[in-house]
Each structure stands twice: as C-alpha cells, then as structure tokens.
Design a protein around this ligand. Structure first.
Ligand code: LHQ
Length: 254
C-alpha cells in the first residue's frame, strides 16, 4: 500500500490506494512508518518526499475499516503515532507533495513534514468534526504552531474544505503550484534541498524543534552544541574555503 523509490538521493514515498484516494489502513500506516525509518537510516538519502498515487493525496482514515467496538485512542497509538514521530524526528528534510485532496489524518500527515507543496487545484480539509471526531495524528500539536491558534481552531471547528490558495494565504502550505508545472516543481525543489548541507539541515531541525518548549537560556545552550557540531562538518569547512576562493560551494551532506 506504499511504494518507495529512490532517485538522485531523493526518497519518494507514495501512498498507493488510489481507488480510495489513498485512505489509510493499519497495513498502509505500518508500511509508511517503516519506509520513513528506512529513508532516515539510509546515509545516501538527502530528502524525503511524501505523496499520493492517482488524483488524491490522502482522504484520511479508511472509514470502511472503522468498526463499532474499536477504540480510536488505541488505534492512534498503535498505527498513527509511529508515523507522526518518524516524520517529526527524521533528520532529513521532508516535503509533503500534496498532489490532490488531503482530508482528516491525510492533512495531518502533511503537517508533520517540513514543507508542503500543493497543486493549485487540490482541496484541503481537517474534516474530523464532520464525522464527530477531534483532529488527530499530530494536528493538535502542529496546526496552531503553523498557522496560529485562532485559525487552527477555526479550521478544526468548521471542518470546511479550503482551496490551495486559501491554504497558502493562511501559511498552511509552503507554496501552491500550477497543476501543469506541479511535478517538475516538486522534483526541482527536492533536488535543491538534496544539494544543501544535509547533516547541518538535521541540526537545524533538531535545534528548532527544541525551541517550542525552551527558555532563551536553554536555546543559547543548544546553539552552542549544534554550532560546535556544524563547525566540524566537511560541508562547513569546504564552504568557507570555497567562499575564500570565490567559488560556489558543493555540499556532500557530510
Ligand atoms: C473513502 C474515504 C475514506 C474510505 C474517500 N474512507 N473511503 C479516524 C478513525 C479512527 C482512528 C483514528 O483516526 C481517524 C482519523 C481520520 O482521518 S478521520 C477522517 C476520515 N476522513 C474523512 O472523513 C474524509 C472522507 N472523505 C471525504 O470527505 C471525501 O471523499 C473527500 C473530500 C476526501 C474527497 O471527495 P471527492 O473528491 O468528491 O471524492 P469521493 O468522495 O467521490 O471519493 C472517491 C472514492 O473514495 C469514493 O468511493 P466510491 O466507491 O464511491 O468511488 C469514496 O467513498 C472513497 N473514499 N474517502 N476516508
């Protein structure tokens, strides 16, 4: 229910149940967590792209699998949370390539990524409220941080469908791209990220994620640790040398 492909140091993970708009099942979620972990561990991978097969990105949990006696909390803990943790803690930069509709936990998956590139004809919806559920799969954590608490609460309480343009205006997505240029744009953005100092990207992500729960003193201590590490990377040393020689730096990711 997942396909995993690697090209030029970019791992593309594709949700693959197109006949159901890539609605999520326990099997799909288990495979997804494994794929993210695989990309995270692989030293040759410098960018992770998450996208959907067919016309949708992801319609959230497959509602045909929701059984009457099922405990949604247990289900989240077992199947969703490993995926959200894997996305949120990977040291590689992550791009959600939102090729079509993203609803419910499908939208939540994108919020745990570093970048969201949306096709301009895609629709987005938190949706949970429409079936009497609270937002989940990390959305209650990420959404207010991304777009502010007032807008996050509005989307959660109204559950309405928004356009790519609205999502961009709310700062919910990084960019909205014309359908005709979409695939090319995602590929070139991934390529750009793959040419950056990958190890240092990981440090920047760790440093920033520490910020939400920290004081200034905590963060000053953290920047000492991470800048000390960054200063020892090949990429930093090589880039300073290139600067002095008036050349463009070439980052190896080490
Ligand atoms: C679907 C689904 C779907 C099954 C489209 N399931 N078949 C929940 C429960 C438990 C624990 C943990 O957490 C969660 C988290 C959640 O994610 S709750 C939210 C679940 N998702 C939704 O409520 C969204 C439901 N889907 C929709 O509102 C629409 O389908 C959207 C807006 C996504 C797309 O609309 P359209 O583009 O008009 O497509 P469509 O509705 O015609 O869907 C195409 C097919 O996909 C259709 O099947 P069919 O056999 O009639 O062609 C749908 O039934 C199926 N499908 N979403 N979540």
């Amino acid at each position: 229910e997942i396909t995993y492909a690697v090209e030029e140091q970019v791992a593309t993970i594709t949700l693959s149940r197109p006949e159901r708009l890539n609605a999520l099942t326990s099997t799909l979620l288990t495979e997804l967590a494994e794929s993210i972990e695989e990309a995270n561990q692989d030293n040759t991978i410098r960018v992770i792209v998450l996208t959907g097969a067919g016309r949708g990105f992801c319609a959230g949990q497959d509602l045909k699998t929701v059984q009457p006696g099922m405990d949604h909390g247990d289900y989240l803990k077992q199947y969703y949370h490993p995926v959200i943790r894997a996305l949120a803690t990977t040291k590689k930069p992550t791009i959600a390539a939102i090729n079509g509709v993203a609803a419910g936990a499908g939208l939540s998956l994108t919020l745990a990524c570093d970048f969201r590139i949306v096709r301009d004809d895609a629709k987005l919806s938190l949706g949970f409220i429409n079936i009497g559920l609270v937002p989940d799969a990390g959305a209650p954590y990420f959404l207010p941080r991304l777009i502010g608490s007032a807008k996050a609460l509005e989307l959660a309480l109204l559950g309405e469908t928004i356009t790519a343009q609205q999502a961009y205006d709310y700062h919910l997505v990084t960019k909205s791209v014309d359908a005709g240029q979409y695939e090319q744009e995602v590929a070139s953005f991934a390529k750009l990220l793959a040419s950056r100092p990958t190890k240092v990207i990981g440090y920047i992500k760790q440093l920033q994620s520490a910020s939400s729960e920290s004081t200034l003193e905590d963060m000053l201590a953290q920047e000492i640790i991470y800048q000390s590490r960054a200063g020892k990377t090949e990429d930093h040393q090589q880039a300073v040398q290139a600067f002095l020689e008036k050349k463009a730096p070439v980052f190896s990711g080490r």
